[in-house]
Design a protein around this ligand. Structure first.
Ligand SMILES: *Cc1c(COP(=O)(O)O)cnc(C)c1O
Length: 412
């Protein structure tokens, strides 16, 4: 008899965005005359850059000819892309990486979700709250999160990020084996300074903690003093894995490509504590068994992001989204909302007025203005009392959404 992985049964059945879709559908049925504007789900809307399209077309043509056809590629990615990554994303920031410290993947969700394969199932976990749901759910699936009690997982240390602490998570007062950090943050759109990050590195060195650093929104950083990579911080090579994605940087949500950095200095202990094992080697071993590489066409597309035209084009798209963020930030602030994020990230984290709960405000804004947001509590208990708006929409939609919210508030 095949038995199921019982840990999966602990997962909540309802997926946040499915719940939202259901409520939006109900609204549309009862209000067919209203055009709903979604500032909810975190997906991009602008097409791929011309340089990327051209490179991918060329790669497709190569696949059509016997001499240039490519079958299985290296599991960790083609050297042309790994080289471009090191030269463009790291060397200009004074970070030196070896080729075999770069693992090209099919997006950051896979690797942030799978990285737990190479560490023990009963490590304790620290997670900022609210958070990208993948970090929690992937730990639930292997039993590492423990059991759910009063809305929290027993083996997870929650690090609240709220207006009260200016969205800077407090360093835990006890040892945690592994900690997930995501900056610029989804969902709050806030960032950590170099000195704040240094405190995490110092904590990790002192406590032998593994930091899993998700830099998916790095391209949205505007402030020159905010680090783009955790390896800009002293000591990080010994304690941190970093995840990157071309999804938000270059509109690759449907193409699928990203990469993960695992420095060779990074090790973890065996249970008896007698031995340190390199995580770079373990991940390589894992990938060679369970992953067969990202498509050649996607990797050629990713490489094109690093050409002079590619850089200019993806910068223009990121600027387009950040202009939306700016417009929304200003409009909402003028309307009296307290708004966080949006300055170095494509997300605005908005305090609901008068302590209205997240879901109630979601429904009020949907029925009052025809605008869809994401209720903050969907990202974790500390998200209660907030909503998330994305800047990934069309410019005119963003403008209209702000106008509608203004009119709705006046009527209210
Ligand atoms: C969108 C996003 C990713 C990227 O996922 P992909 O699988 O690369 O598309 C990773 N982390 C966070 C926090 C995200 O919001």
């Amino acid at each position: 008899m095949a038995l199921v992985n019982e840990h999966y049964l602990k997962l909540s059945d309802n997926y946040l965005f499915a719940d939202i879709a259901k409520k939006v559908k109900a609204f549309k049925v009862s209000h067919p005359e209203i055009r709903v504007i979604s500032l909810g789900i975190g997906d991009v809307t602008q097409p791929l850059a011309p340089a990327v399209i051209e490179a991918m077309h060329k790669a497709v043509d190569e696949m059509a000819v016997k001499e240039t056809f490519r079958g299985y590629g290296p599991e960790h990615g083609y050297d042309f892309l790994r080289e471009a990554i090191i030269k463009n994303d790291f060397e200009p920031r004074g970070i030196h990486l070896d080729m075999d410290e770069v693992f090209v993947n099919d997006g950051a969700k896979s690797d942030t979700g799978n990285i737990g394969d190479i560490v023990r199932w009963d490590n304790s976990v620290g997670i900022t709250d609210p958070v990208y749901p993948v970090y929690i759910d992937s730990n639930v699936m292997c039993g590492r999160a423990g059991t759910l009690e009063n809305g929290k997982w027993t083996n997870v240390t929650y690090l609240p990020c709220t207006a009260e602490n200016n969205f800077v998570p407090q360093i835990p007062d006890h040892r945690v084996d592994m900690i997930y950090l995501c900056y610029p943050n989804n969902p709050t759109g806030t960032v950590l300074t170099a000195s704040e990050l240094q405190k995490w590195i110092d904590y990790a060195i002192k406590n032998d903690t593994l930091i899993l650093y998700d830099a998916a929104y790095e391209a949205y950083i505007r402030d020159k003093n905010i680090p783009h990579s955790i390896y800009e911080i002293k000591g990080a090579r010994n304690v941190a894995i970093e995840f990157h994605s071309y999804s938000k940087t270059a509109g690759f949500t449907g193409v699928r490509c990203g990469y993960t950095i695992i420095p060779k200095e990074l090790t973890a202990a065996t249970l008896d504590g007698n031995k340190r094992v390199g995580l770079n080697h373990l991940w390589d071993r894992r990938q060679c068994t369970k992953f067969n590489g990202t498509s050649y066409i996607s990797q050629r597309g990713a490489e094109a992001i690093y050409t002079p035209e590619g850089k200019k084009q993806i910068r223009a798209t990121v600027d387009y989204y950040m202009n939306n963020a700016h417009t929304m930030y200003k409009a909402l602030t003028d309307l009296g909302f307290t708004v966080y994020g949006g300055l170095n990230a494509p997300y605005l984290w908005v305090k609901t007025p008068d302590g209205t709960d997240s879901w109630k405000f979601f429904e009020e804004m949907l029925y009052g203005a025809g605008i869809v947001c994401t209720p903050g509590v969907g990202f974790g208990p500390s998200g209660e009392g907030y909503i998330r708006l994305t800047a990934f929409g069309d410019k005119n939609d963003c403008l209209e959404a702000m106008e509608r919210i203004g009119k709705w508030l006046k009527k209210k």
